[in-house]
Design a protein around this ligand. Structure first.
Ligand code: SAM
Length: 291
């Protein structure tokens, strides 16, 4: 509808009114397409009793739709200049809380306790600043927040890596890191024309649904992720070679080959062919061997 913020007309009107200039360094690419927002909201599982957390409301395009469809919205915005603008553009909604803070510094767990009801389902929904997509998502996942899902607009190439399957070009340590915590799905690819200004890269909507339990048992999560990273250190190298470089101070090549053989993983395979379960077995064997 014409009255929404997420139209080229309203967005330009707001930017002009406040003489707002985009900060590239803050990843400011605002959504100007209501259809895309409808898709994001629908896929995020938002309903009139749910809570929503947004990262980077900008001038409020997505925030407004969240306020309409959710019970309550809390949004983190780092750019001081946007606060008076948001106060104006969102003034007709009484279920929005804007927090002026860097999301990477924020105590999100405490905020959820304070701002949402105990039994309320909370989802994270955002058109993320692309320069810090991975740090933001890893922070939100590691902190084990009481949220059901995270639905975000991000760079297509990063979305593909996060949702990748084994034996594909995009599969890597980021895939394992994300899928250890979530079921990851690319919901749709999005043209550059839905943003103002248009970004240089292609975008996708990614939906991450939190797992109740990790998909694999590992003795030590940090150790597990270190091994995964080691296996992808040089993508074109075999497992045996990547692991030999990683463990060069501790184990000989022969010891590494033996260990791989003992768990039935062929050392001439590449990291990109290993499933999450195989990485877990591998990490577990090295962990036991070194302790
Ligand atoms: N949600 C708006 C939309 O879709 O039109 C704006 C999205 S824009 C891609 C990213 C927003 O994140 C900007 O408003 C930017 O100022 C904000 N931002 C950038 N870094 C941030 C950080 N570390 N913490 C919180 N917000 C941040």
């Amino acid at each position: 509808s014409m009255k929404y913020i997420a139209t080229p007309f309203r967005t330009k009107e707001i930017l002009n009114k406040y003489s707002f200039t985009f900060k590239k360094s803050l990843g400011q690419n605002f959504l100007i397409d209501s259809n895309i927002l409808r898709n994001i909201i629908r896929r995020a599982g938002i309903n009139d009793s749910s809570g929503a957390i947004e990262i980077g409301p900008g001038i409020g395009a997505l925030t407004e739709q969240l306020a309409i469809h959710a019970n309550k919205v809390v949004a983190y915005e780092i750019d001081q200049r946007l606060l008076p603008i948001l106060k104006d553009t969102l003034k007709t909604y009484d279920n929005i809380e804007i927090i002026h803070e860097d999301i990477l510094q924020a105590d999100v767990k405490k905020m959820i306790q304070e701002q949402f009801q105990r039994e309320q389902e909370v989802n994270i929904v955002a058109n993320l600043p692309y320069y810090i997509t991975t740090p933001i998502l890893m922070k939100l996942l590691r902190e084990d927040l009481p949220v059901s899902s995270i639905t975000v607009m991000i760079q297509k190439e990063v979305a593909d890596r996060m949702a990748a399957k084994p034996n594909s070009k995009s599969y890597g340590s980021l895939t394992i890191a994300i899928q250890y915590y979530t079921f990851a799905e690319v919901v749709m690819n999005v043209p550059k024309s839905v943003f103002m200004p248009q970004p240089n890269v292609d975008s996708s909507i990614l939906k991450l649904t939190k797992r109740d339990e990790p998909p694999v048992q590992v003795e030590d999560e940090d150790y597990f992720f270190q091994i995964v990273q080691a296996c992808f250190a040089q993508r074109r190298k075999t497992l045996r070679n990547n692991l030999s470089s990683h463990f060069k101070e501790q184990y000989t090549k022969e010891e590494i080959s033996e260990l791989l053989e003992s768990i039935g993983i062929d050392g001439i395979r590449r990291g990109e062919s290993l499933s999450m379960e195989e990485f877990a077995t591998l990490a577990s064997e090295f962990y036991k061997k070194s302790s």
